[in-house]
Design a protein around this ligand. Sequence first.
Ligand code: ATP
Length: 213
Amino acid sequence: MAGPRPVVLSGPSGAGKSTLLKRLLNDYEGVFGFSVSRPMPPPPPPPSSNTDYHFVSREEMEQGIRNGEFIENAVFSGNMYGTSKAAVQAVQAKNQICILDIDMQGVKNIKKTDLNPIYISIQPPSIEILNLYDIQTLQNFVESLSKRVEAVLAGGQLCKEPGLFDSVIINDDLKEAYGQLQGALSEVSVQHDAGCKHDLLFVSNVGLSSVFL
Ligand SMILES: Nc1ncnc2c1ncn2[C@@H]1O[C@H](COP(=O)(O)OP(=O)(O)OP(=O)(O)O)[C@@H](O)[C@H]1O
């Protein structure tokens, strides 16, 4: 597939992925594009005005899921959401760089594709700190707390699996973590600096992984 390599960002809810991404978006203003997702109609209000949805029929989406066309998908408030391989490839075809914020299942799914992204894991320094960061979300989803903690612990172990991630960033000090993220993205910068006109583009995942953990 022609075009720049996508970038996968993964890590437990509350590890700081959005915070780091916001910094990137801010620092590379005009370089980042907008997100691409595939919710089912009737669509809810977009999570952010930056979100660029691609609408398909329920049948089409269900067929696509059966055919393995989606890196990940989920249902929220009766609507289906997903990130398709085609959406990532469409971004590559525009010579832009996709950053995918996906969960561990999504990481495993994308490994089965030929998208060949750079894999970056964002991890909290400790489970105690994660709980502090994530307290509001936890309050909203108290009943799923134990499952979420299990998923966080499993994710923390999984990210250490050899070959799974290219970089594992422990988000203790935000400035330091951001510097490491920029370092991990240096390949992207090199391409951009080389005048290849590779823009960075943030493709949101369903963005609701915390709901489903
Ligand atoms: N290094 C850090 N030090 C202190 N607070 C942090 C740090 N990184 C992130 N936070 C705070 O932790 C909270 C959760 O961060 P953030 O929303 O970026 O996590 P996330 O990984 O995107 O979670 P989710 O996947 O649930 O969206 C935010 O309030 C953020 O300001």
